[in-house]
Write a protein that binds this ligand. Structure first.
Ligand code: MN
Length: 201
C-alpha cells in the first residue's frame, strides 16, 4: 500500500436469539472490550484479541436462558463478518501462517490461509464435555462460524493435552497468532493481491 488504508469494520447483527455489535481494527494493538455474558467465552475472546493484536469490541446479548450455543455461534458469525469487511480486497496481506502453540502440557497447531474460501478442519478432542458450565463442543462451533464468515481456510490440530481449559485456550491463542501473521501487510507485496488469480474473495 502506498498509503496505509484503514482496516476497520463494524457489524451489528440481531436475530430472535442474539443481538451483537462487533467492531474490529486489524492493525490494532490487541485492545479489547468484550462482553458476551459467558465468563469463559469472554476469557477466550480476550486471548483471541490480545494475541492477534486485532482490536475487538464485542457486545452480545444472547438467549443464555436456553444455553450458550446461539451466543457463541453468532459471535463467531459477526466477528468473522467484521474481519472479512475490515480486510477488504485482502490486498497486501501475508495470507498464510501456521504455528504450534504450547501451554503447560498442551500443544495445539493452527494453520490459516486468508483465502476467501471458507473451510474448517477441526482435529481437537476434549477429554471432558464441560469447562465449568461451558460446553467444550462450542469451541468448534465458534471456529466453524468464524472461518465461514471471515472467508478463511482454518485448520486446528491439538497434538496433545490433558486440561480442557488449556486445550481450549491454546486453540484460541494459536489461531490468534496465525491470524495476526496472515493478516499483516507483507511489505514485499504490499500493493498486490497475494494470488496468481488476482483475487482473494
Ligand atoms: Mn486461561
Amino acid at each position: 500500500m502506498t498509503e496505509a488504508a484503514s482496516r476497520k469494520a463494524s457489524v451489528s447483527r440481531t436475530t430472535n436469539e442474539t443481538s451483537i455489535s462487533v467492531s474490529v481494527d486489524i492493525d490494532g494493538t490487541g485492545q479489547g472490550n468484550i462482553s458476551t455474558g459467558i465468563g469463559f467465552f469472554d476469557h477466550m475472546l480476550d486471548q483471541f484479541c490480545r494475541h492477534s493484536l486485532i482490536d475487538m469490541d464485542i457486545s452480545v446479548k444472547g438467549d443464555l436462558h436456553i444455553d450458550d450455543h446461539h451466543t457463541v455461534e453468532d459471535t463467531g458469525i459477526a466477528l468473522g463478518q467484521a474481519i472479512s469487511r475490515a480486510l477488504g480486497d485482502r490486498r497486501g496481506i501475508t495470507r498464510y501462517a501456521a504455528l504450534d502453540l504450547v501451554m503447560d502440557e498442551t500443544m495445539t497447531r493452527a494453520g490459516i490461509d486468508v483465502s476467501g474460501r471458507p473451510f474448517l478442519v477441526w482435529n481437537v478432542t476434549f477429554p471432558a464435555a464441560k469447562i465449568g458450565t461451558f460446553d467444550t463442543e462450542l469451541v468448534r462451533e465458534f471456529f466453524q462460524a468464524f472461518a465461514q464468515n471471515a472467508g478463511i481456510t482454518l485448520h486446528v490440530l491439538n497434538h496433545y493435552g490433558a486440561n480442557n481449559h488449556h486445550i481450549a485456550e491454546t486453540c484460541f491463542k494459536a489461531v490468534a497468532r496465525a491470524l495476526r501473521t496472515a493478516t499483516e501487510i507483507d511489505p514485499r507485496q504490499a500493493n498486490r493481491i497475494p494470488s496468481t488469480k488476482g483475487i482473494l474473495v
